[in-house]
Design a protein around this ligand. Structure first.
Ligand SMILES: Cc1ncc(COP(=O)(O)O)c(C=O)c1O
Length: 418
């Protein structure tokens, strides 16, 4: 159980006592994290420095990859990954429509386009069959590149998203990428720690980006990590993450640093602070324990909600190590007299936070207007999206909290039974 070896903070308990609301998500912060952050605050060095370097090394070792570059968000890591791979104006990348806008917006930063693709029925992950179909249908081979038949854009990469923490079919996606000579830029914002056939997400041989946002399975409040085995890619990401300044730019104010530096390119300000890294290092030591707690919650939901005919619970494919960042269940709307919005409202009335992941990106005004997506191109997402409800799942939930959610969900399903 989480919090046994280090005292959990009382803040959420205070919060619960005040309004007895069960939040949708809560960070799992113990005294250990507080002490680590306090030590950095007292140290005199609060921005990128030795804590960040140690966090990178420990993270790379944990995943079994050669390089980890700490940045201030997963969005930054994805942006840097695409930039380092040479994605530029007029290029295109393929990704899932069921994801957060961060996955797609980074291509836009570079003047490129994210071409959205429909998802698989069971996992709601990017469908390899649809990826292949789309390439065959919409792109044509010219000058050893895949060019879009209408836009003329060059297809560069596939960006898998491990929805909720359930790994994509990486074998199929990597095979398609190899066949069509495309890069894979993995968006693993939800997938720490997740695995497929015993191999960790992040160590699949493709550049991978993780998120340490406040609701994530490991948090630094805001933060992210870029991981790769490719030395040149890691060098480029590191360079561009701190203004495009040559070697050890972060050290230029340190005792053993140098005031002299060269600007190699127009980079970004994406570095992680030592305050955040200190938090991350403690979280990384606890990441497996926190996973165990989320697994236990998922198992209880699976057990205690299974008999409710109005619900369809998440499935886990064989060989999958699920990170359980989210618990996205689906409503059987024909078994209910209410819609999804009302279901969430009923949970809220019972003082339980819930959410929806995600409004498909092809329905979002920016992407819809810009690329004229048609709902008919996304039959699976169109059917599944109105049914999605994410229940709270985080390591600080007590058994009582889980029981409260189960009881509320059961009550709503019963009260509004069709
Ligand atoms: C699938 C996905 N990718 C990327 C991100 C961006 O992560 P960050 O907030 O660390 O930039 C998120 C954020 O929730 C996400 O859900």
């Amino acid at each position: 159980m989480i919090g046994q070896q280090s005292k959990p903070l009382p803040s959420s308990n205070v919060l619960r006592r005040l309004d007895s609301h069960l939040p949708f998500a809560l960070p799992d912060i113990t005294d250990e994290e507080i002490q680590a952050v306090t030590a950095v605050l007292r140290s005199g060095w609060i921005t990128t420095g030795p804590e960040t370097k140690a966090f990178e090394q420990e993270f790379a070792r944990y995943l079994g990859v050669s390089h980890a570059v700490a940045v201030n968000s997963c969005t930054a890591a994805l942006h840097l990954a695409l930039e380092a791979l040479g994605v530029t104006a007029g290029d295109e990348v393929i990704t899932s429509t069921i994801t957060f806008t961060a996955t797609a917006e980074v291509a836009e930063y570079l003047g490129a386009r994210s071409r959205f693709i429909d998802v698989e029925r069971d996992t709601l992950n990017l469908s390899p069959d649809r990826v292949r179909d789309t390439i065959e249908r919409e792109y044509t081979r010219r000058d050893r590149e895949w060019r879009h038949r209408e836009t003329g854009g060059t297809l560069r990469a596939i960006v898998p998203v491990h929805y909720g923490g359930h790994p994509c079919d990486m074998e199929a996606l990597l095979a398609i990428a190899a066949e069509y000579e495309l890069k894979v830029v993995d968006d693993a914002a939800h997938a720490l720690p997740a695995s497929l056939g015993g191999r960790r997400i992040g160590a699949m041989g493709c550049p991978t980006s993780f998120s340490f946002y406040a609701t994530k399975t490991l948090t630094t409040a805001e933060g992210g990590m870029f991981c790769t085995d490719d030395d040149a890619l890691a060098d480029r990401v590191r360079l561009m993450s701190l203004h495009g300044i040559s070697r050890d730019a972060w050290k230029r104010y340190a005792a053993d640093g140098s005031w002299s530096y060269e600007v190699i390119d127009a980079g970004y300000k994406y570095n992680l602070t030592d305050i955040a890294a200190a938090l991350g290092r403690v979280q990384l030591r606890r990441v497996e324990l926190m996973l165990e707690r989320r697994e236990a919650i998922a198992a209880r939901y699976a057990d205690e909600l299974a008999s409710l005919v109005a619900l369809e619970l998440p499935t886990v494919r064989p060989g999958v190590g699920h990170a359980w960042h989210l618990y996205p269940m689906r409503l059987r709307l024909d078994r209910l007299t209410i819609d999804r919005a009302r279901f969430i409202e009923e949970l809220r009335k019972r003082r339980i936070g819930a959410s929806v992941h995600f409004i498909p990106l092809h329905k979002q005004p920016f992407y819809e207007r810009r690329y004229r997506y048609r709902p008919t191109d996304f039959p699976m997402a169109e059917v599944e999206y109105p049914r999605l409800v994410s229940l709270p799942i985080y390591s600080r939930m007590s058994e009582e909290d889980v029981g409260t959610v189960v009881a509320a969900v059961a009550e709503i399903a019963q009260e509004f039974r069709a």
